[in-house]
Ligand binder design. Structure first.
Ligand code: ZN
Length: 468
C-alpha cells in the first residue's frame, strides 16, 4: 500500500508521510543512495585484492599463533588504508596448540598408508606410536550407545558421509562425530578416534576442525581420514577380518595466550553511539591459507565499509566492522566481546557476519521483530535484482553473530551458495584460487545495501525475543 505512495510523491513528502505512519523507515533518498552503492560495488568493488593480500602476506593464522599476530597487524593497517575513522583492538585469551605430524598405516590384513590429519587440539600418541584394531560406527550416536567393552583398546572409526547441499545443512548431522567423537571414545577407553572427514569432496585431503576437549580426563588422539581413505578402510572392514592400524601422531598443547578482535568503525554523523555490527573471523585453520574460511568474509565486510566511507557524508549511525579472533576454536572472540560489552548491547541495532565462503549470495534471511519486516521488504527491492530471494526469519546472523542473537540482538543473514564450500573447508586446499572475484563483487553489492540502510534508517529494530 505504501509503495505506490512512495513512487507517486516527491521524496521528502513521502518520507514525512511514511515516518508519520511508522511504516516505511527507509526514505526514497536512502534507497537511491543504496542503489548507487550497490551498482558501484558491482562495477568497481575490489574485495578480491583484500583477500589476496591476506592470503599472500599473512597466510594461515590459527588463534594465538605467529600467523594470527601478523593477521592482527595486517587488519589494522588495511583498515586505516581503506579509510576507517577509528581502528582498535581488544585483547582476548585463547587456548593454543601446534600441529605436528599425523601418520596412519594399515598394518593388517592389507598393509598400506592412509591420509589423515589431527583434529584441532588433539593429543599425540606415545613415542613410537600405537597399533590397534579398528571398530567401526555409522555415527557418533552409535558410538555413544556401544558398551565400553566393544571399544576399549581399539580405534573407534566414525564413518558417516556428509550430504552436499546449497545451504550447508548437510554439516549439522555429521559434525557431532568431529566435536563429540573423541570425548565419547576416550570415556569408553578407546586407544584413539578416527572419523571420515566432515566434507563433501573426494580429494585425498583430510578436513580438520575443532572438537570438544573441556574436562575430558584422558584425551586420546583424534584424526580425520580423507574421504578416499575412509572408503578404503570401509572396504577392508567389509571383508570381515580384523583391520589393524598403526598411528604415529605428534602435537603440542601450549599455554593460553593473547589474541585480538580487530575493530574498525565508520563513525555515525547523528547517533554515533548506535551501531550496526558487521563482521567476519580473522583466524583460520593452519593447513590452508584460509581464503574461503574466512578470508573472503573479511574482505567482503572491509570493502563494504570502504564504499560507505567514500560517501560524501557519514551514515546516521556507526558502522562497526569486527574481525573476530579465535572463531574456529569455539567463538572465543565473539563470546568475550559480548561479555565485555554487556551494557552496550542495547545500542547494537543489528548484527551480521560473512562466514560461508565466497559463493554468490542467493537468499536474504533475517531475525527481526515481526513488526519490522517492512525494513526487510524495502531492502529486498534492491537485493532482488542481485538474484537474491527472501528467506526466513530464523537467521543466526552467522556463527559469531549468534552470540549477540542469543541476547536478543536482531540479525541479518546474506546467505551464500555453499554447494562446494565443504569440498575445501578446513583443508590444505582452502586457497585463493577458489575465490571468484565476480562473486565477491555481488557479495559486496548485497552487503553494502544491507549495511548502509541499517546504519541510515530512521528508528530502530527493537529486540527479538530469545527462545529460552
Ligand atoms: Zn569460518
Amino acid at each position: 500500500m505504501l509503495k505506490p505512495l512512495l513512487s507517486l510523491t516527491g521524496g521528502l513528502v513521502a518520507a514525512l508521510a511514511v515516518s508519520a505512519l511508522h511504516a516505511a523507515p527507509l526514505s526514497d533518498e536512502d534507497l537511491s543512495v543504496a542503489e548507487v552503492l550497490r551498482d558501484r560495488a558491482l562495477e568497481s568493488s575490489d574485495a578480491y585484492s583484500i583477500v589476496e593480500s591476506l592470503t599472500v602476506e599473512v597466510g594461515p593464522r590459527p588463534a594465538g599463533s605467529a600467523g594470527d599476530r601478523r593477521a592482527v597487524a595486517w587488519a589494522q593497517e588495511k583498515m586505516k588504508e581503506l579509510g576507517f575513522d577509528r581502528v582498535y583492538t581488544e585483547q582476548i585469551e585463547v587456548p593454543r596448540w601446534n600441529r605436528g605430524h599425523a601418520h596412519a598405516r594399515v598394518t593388517a590384513p592389507f598393509p598400506q598408508p592412509l591420509v589423515v590429519t589431527s583434529l584441532g587440539y588433539s593429543v599425540g600418541t606415545p613415542e613410537g606410536g600405537i597399533t590397534a584394531e579398528i571398530v567401526e560406527f555409522p555415527d557418533v550416536e552409535a558410538l555413544m550407545k556401544a558398551p565400553a567393552s566393544k571399544v576399549k583398546g581399539k580405534i573407534a572409526f566414525i564413518n558417516k558421509r556428509m550430504e552436499r547441499t546449497r545451504t550447508g545443512e548437510g554439516y549439522g548431522p555429521v559434525v557431532g562425530g568431529r566435536s563429540q567423537g573423541m570425548r565419547n571414545a576416550a570415556e569408553k577407553g578407546a586407544a584413539a578416534l578416527m572419523i571420515r572427514s566432515v566434507g563433501t569432496d573426494s580429494d585425498r585431503f583430510a578436513h580438520t576442525g575443532m572438537m570438544s576437549i573441556k574436562d575430558v580426563e584422558s584425551p586420546v588422539p583424534a584424526l580425520a581420514l580423507s574421504a578416499p581413505d575412509a572408503n578404503l578402510l570401509e572396504a577392508m572392514l567389509e571383508r570381515g577380518k580384523p583391520v589393524e592400524v598403526k598411528l604415529d601422531v605428534h602435537n603440542q598443547r601450549l599455554e593460553d595466550g593473547p589474541s585480538f578482535n580487530v575493530i574498525g568503525e565508520i563513525t555515525g554523523r547523528e547517533n554515533p553511539e548506535e551501531v550496526m555490527v558487521i563482521g567476519a573471523h580473522l583466524d583460520s585453520w593452519d593447513e590452508g591459507t584460509g581464503a574461503l574460511d574466512d578470508g573472503a568474509g573479511v574482505a567482503v565486510v572491509m570493502e563494504t565499509a570502504r564504499l560507505i566511507a567514500e560517501l560524501p557524508q557519514r551514515p546516521r549511525r556507526t558502522l562497526r566492522v569486527i574481525l573476530y579472533g579465535a572463531e574456529e576454536i569455539g567463538l572465543v572472540g565473539s563470546k568475550q566481546y559480548v561479555e565485555a560489552h554487556q551494557d552496550e548491547l542495547d545500542n547494537i541495532i543489528a548484527v551480521s557476519e560473512s562466514d560461508f565462503g565466497a559463493g554468490k549470495i542467493w537468499r536474504f534471511d533475517t531475525r527481526l521483530p515481526e513488526t519490522r519486516f517492512d525494513i526487510a521488504d524495502q531492502m529486498m527491492q534492491l537485493l532482488a535484482p542481485l538474484g537474491i530471494e527472501r528467506g526466513n526469519n530464523k537467521s543466526s546472523g552467522g556463527p559469531d553473530s549468534s552470540v549477540f542473537v542469543a541476547q536478543g540482538v536482531p540479525a541479518f543473514g546474506l546467505y551464500q551458495d555453499g554447494t562446494d564450500y565443504f569440498d575445501y573447508h578446513h583443508t590444505p586446499n582452502d586457497t585463493l584460487d577458489k575465490v571468484d572475484p565476480e562473486n565477491l563483487k555481488q557479495n559486496v553489492a548485497a552487503w553494502v545495501v544491507m549495511s548502509f540502510l541499517a546504519t541510515e534508517m530512521e528508528g530502530d529494530l527493537g529486540r527479538v525475543p530469545t527462545e529460552h
